[in-house]
Design a protein around this ligand. Structure first.
Ligand code: DX5
Ligand code: ZN
Length: 231
């Protein structure tokens, strides 16, 4: 039930394809693909062309996190580039309900991302259109920031809402956490209600092992902590 999603933001971009394949061979579940546009966030990364290039290198789910606007025109581009999950920030879309529907129409799972100061009420009227909620535990824009502890209470609240929806409909919605996730705090984060864990610097920087890079030991350590949290 727990999924680990390394963020490519901290990968070695000079050999991105190898880094994506390697992290999946080392036991990662999803590839978290951070898209930044220098408008919605003060940084700039990669777009659909790069998603398309890594698509053939792994069967793993590509989890696109849009920190960009406008949202809608990117949805078709990323779906066409092989994305499986597309998540956007409510502040970046003019019409949240429409953007969520568009993601599903394009054959992807739909997610809504919440900044540390964004209230969870944005999910209330679109619960049936959500496959995933992403709680940012840092302000979006950069890897390697420190986990904001108030996220734990917010995760408990998000989990309660998702559980209520699950009881009503039988439909499962994932709760993903993104920012500052490490071996040291992943158990507490899981206990607060997350089931999907993005980790950039903890895996691609701190966990880098050997050349070509391998990530087995850090991913095993994250999983061991998750097992401890679940037991
Ligand atoms: C931040 C990104 C995150 C980031 C996580 O804006 O959305 O996915 O890469 O990196 P770490 O795990 O280093 O905080
Ligand atoms: Zn992200």
């Amino acid at each position: 039930m727990y999924l680990i999603a390394p963020s490519i933001l901290s990968a070695d971009f000079a050999r991105l394809g190898e880094e994506v394949a390697s992290v999946v061979e080392s036991g990662a579940d999803w590839i978290h693909f951070d898209v930044m546009d220098n408008h919605y966030v003060p940084n700039m990364t990669v777009g659909p062309v790069v998603c398309k290039a890594i698509r053939p290198l792994t069967p793993a789910t590509i989890d696109v996190h849009l920190m960009a606007r406008p949202v809608d025109r990117l949805i078709g581009d990323f779906a066409g580039a092989g994305a499986n999950v597309i998540t956007f920030h409510p502040e970046a879309s003019e019409h949240i309900d429409r953007s969520l529907a568009l993601i599903r129409e394009n054959g992807c799972l739909a997610g809504l991302a919440f900044n540390p100061a964004t209230p969870l009420l944005y999910m209330d009227h679109v619960m049936d259109k959500l496959d995933l909620v992403l709680l940012m535990s840092v302000n979006p824009g950069f890897g390697g920031q420190k986990f904001i502890p108030a996220t734990l209470a917010k995760l408990r609240e998000a989990r309660a809402r998702v559980q209520a929806h699950e009881r009503e409909t039988g439909r499962r919605v994932r709760v993903e956490v993104d920012g500052g996730v490490k071996v040291e705090n992943i158990a507490a984060i899981a206990q607060a209600g997350a089931d999907t864990f993005v980790a950039g610097s903890a895996i691609y920087e701190a966990g880098r092992d050997g050349d070509p890079h391998r990530y087995d030991s850090v991913i095993a350590a994250l999983r061991a902590e998750l097992e401890r949290a679940g037991s």
